[in-house]
Design a protein around this ligand. Structure first.
Ligand SMILES: O=C(O)CCC(=O)C(=O)O
Ligand SMILES: [Fe+2]
Length: 193
């Protein structure tokens, strides 16, 4: 990655957020989920996903109600809320992603329909999380290894100004990403049920 290295403000990384036993038990829950394909611009991605709480429609840019978070993932949400310093219920959306070897997620910022806080947990294989902002001479980059059982929080500039991506994962990886909703969306979400 070309550019000056700068750690994004608002990025927190927490190794060993989960114990080995917690990871093992969560992986058996995640492994049993029925994952769905991701289709963007007509292309089917290698990674597959499952949404809980809310689903994001890439066509209409709207959030719609999805199935409730399984009880087996409530403890994980509590842990992530602690890490982010918010109430567990504020983490209204959970996205579970399964990355088979070689799967990626391209450069993006999380949708503006979501709120100011994004918390992610990594399980099974490690991967790199890359950040970029600015162009040409002003390009800034950062790279972080996400170890299995670790968590990260994106707030502030890390959430809203920097883009992030994951290059091809070396081995099967699962992540659970919890997101808040944009303030003022509570009414909209209730009527979208
Ligand atoms: O897998 C991850 O940890 C990050 C996924 C991500 O950036 C996203 O789904 O928006
Ligand atoms: Fe993201």
């Amino acid at each position: 990655m070309r550019g000056a290295v700068e750690r994004p403000a608002g990025l927190t990384y927490q190794p060993e957020l989960l114990t080995d036993d917690e990871e093992r038990s969560l992986l058996s829950t995640l492994g049993a989920l029925d994952f769905r394909e991701v289709r963007m611009h007509g292309q089917v991605a290698r990674r597959t996903v499952r949404h809980f709480g809310f689903d994001y429609d890439y066509g209409s840019f709207q959030l719609t109600r999805a199935e409730a978070l399984p009880v087996a993932l409530h403890g994980l949400r509590d842990r992530c809320a602690d890490l982010a310093g918010c109430a567990p219920e504020a983490l209204a959306q959970a996205l579970v992603t399964r990355y088979p070897p070689g799967a990626v997620i391209g450069w993006h910022r999380d949708a503006p329909a979501f709120g100011p806080t994004v918390v992610g947990v990594s399980m099974a294989a490690a991967c790199l999380l890359r950040f970029q902002r600015g162009t040409a001479e002003g390009r800034r980059v950062y790279e972080l290894e996400l170890a299995p059982r670790s968590g990260y929080v994106l707030t502030g500039a890390a959430r809203s100004s920097w883009q992030h991506s994951i290059p091809p994962v070396p081995a099967l990886r699962y992540s659970v990403t919890f997101r808040t909703l944009r303030p003022g969306r509570a009414g909209a979400s209730a009527s979208a049920r």
